[in-house]
Design a protein. Structure first.
Length: 437
């Protein structure tokens, strides 16, 4: 028996034996599987096309146009330019019922791809006023393709659907570009992505390193809240040979980084809540023998506890001010949230597990995955309506996920064998939610 047939047989058996059995007119798993396999060649083609033609946040015009054309071709109601380049497709079933939303993100990253794929990106874009290489180094190309495939499968079952499915294709998940006040999820919400109709629940997935085809998540806090931190240190310029005649912001910078690292490591119990505070950029100086008068630092803070986060921010700002004062410098400190905590609704998380096992097969779903300090602005969508966000393992066959190139790496790639799992997960989540009594 082939792996696909074995998975299908297991899924059918699970659906028949599970305590989560739904209405008698539920769409059979076999029908879903046949439709997913039929669309899979197009899903692969879409993924490769998007991969070769990546676009940065709020510049996903080509991607959005391809998505909108596909959804219109399926007979869906389509709204474009929702949150700049976002697309919303609405599939109204043959019978009335609840509304469920499925979401995919579309943007790429300013990364020079190093995968060696025949369809690797050679694209460039503009970021912070500079021309930069652009690549789908986070898997959003696969997300878009899988949701397009799910839309096609569900549209083919329109008469069997009791309710409405909303497909949300979101820009700028990687955060608001410089100069933009809001990222893609927040802007799409503001511009009505979750209105008319308003979903009763929303679901999304993300490909990450992991055993191929496995799905993992956890109820409650799953992915960290993400803050961008900006620090400006002001001193007095002087010759590198006479540091005492100025105010050395390079020395202050070193002490500030050490202070942040020590505060995080020595004042927070890592066994109770993960916390990561990283300074990632330093911009200071133009010449080897001139101490500059200004240093600009930026970084990211990842937390799972709001009160703890607020306390750490307060203490960090105070400590940086004290360090700067000790050297005769001044400090400016600011924090801006990029994503809230991804909080998976507990009831939906429990309900979803057997549905995802229908999609991935028994033993391939872990509902007790550890928290992860990466972030996702799906969090804003699931603050508006109950939701669950889960990860799909996409490492290459035979490669230890621990050594698989991570998201945002120049070598990150998605195992295309997992694409049908993602399409099935989307389709079955929507169907089973609408079939609930």
């Amino acid at each position: 028996m082939t792996l696909r047939r074995l998975l299908l047989a297991s899924s059918v058996a699970l659906a028949l034996s599970s305590g989560t059995a739904v209405a008698q007119d539920a769409v059979p798993v076999a029908s879903v599987e046949a439709a997913v396999q039929a669309v899979n060649p197009r899903v692969i083609a879409w993924r490769r096309d998007f991969h070769a033609n990546p676009e940065l946040g709020f510049a996903e015009t080509r991607t959005a146009a391809v998505v909108a054309e596909h959804l219109r071709g399926l007979g869906l109601e389509v709204r474009t330019e929702v949150g700049r380049t976002g697309v919303v497709g609405i599939l109204r079933g043959g019978r009335p019922g609840k509304t469920v939303a499925l979401r995919a993100d579309m943007d790429a990253l300013p990364v020079q791809e190093a995968t060696g794929l025949p369809f690797a990106s050679t694209a460039t874009g503009t970021y912070m006023g500079n021309t930069v290489p652009v690549a789908h180094a986070c898997g959003h190309d696969a997300h878009v393709a899988m949701l397009m495939g799910a839309a096609e499968v569900l549209a083919g079952m329109k008469d069997q659907i009791a309710g409405t499915v909303v497909f949300i294709f979101q820009p700028a998940e990687e955060g608001a570009p410089p100069g933009e006040p809001k990222g893609g999820a927040a802007l799409m919400i503001e511009e009505g992505a979750l209105r008319d109709p308003r979903p009763d629940a929303i679901f999304g997935l993300h490909v990450v390193p992991g055993r191929p085809g496995t799905i993992f998540y956890r109820p409650r806090g799953f992915m960290a809240a993400s803050d961008r931190v900006d620090i400006v240190l002001n001193g007095r310029q002087t010759h590198g040979a006479w540091p005492w005649k100025g105010v050395d912001v390079i020395a202050v910078t070193g002490q500030v980084i050490e202070t942040i690292n020590t505060l995080t490591a020595r004042t927070i119990d890592p066994t109770t809540t993960p916390t990561v505070f990283t300074i990632a950029t330093i911009d200071a100086g133009v010449r080897y023998n001139i101490i500059p008068d200004r240093a600009v630092l930026s970084g990211t803070l990842r937390t799972f506890d709001i009160a703890q986060r607020d306390d750490l921010v307060r203490r960090t700002e105070a400590a940086i001010g004290h360090v700067a004062e000790a050297y005769g410098a001044t400090a400016e400190f600011s924090v801006r949230q990029n994503a809230a905590l991804v909080f998976n609704n507990e009831e939906l998380s429990a309900w979803l597990a057997p549905v995802l096992e229908e999609a991935a097969g028994p033993g391939n779903v872990n509902t007790a995955s550890p928290e992860t300090t990466v972030a996702e602005d799906f969090s804003y969508l699931s603050q508006e309506v109950p939701g669950v966000f889960y990860h799909l393992g996409g490492s290459a066959e035979g490669v230890d996920p621990a050594t698989s190139p991570p998201n945002h790496s120049p070598s990150f790639d998605v195992n295309e064998a997992v694409l049908p799992v993602g399409v099935r997960a989307h389709v079955l989540t929507a169907l089973r939610f609408l079939e609930r009594s």
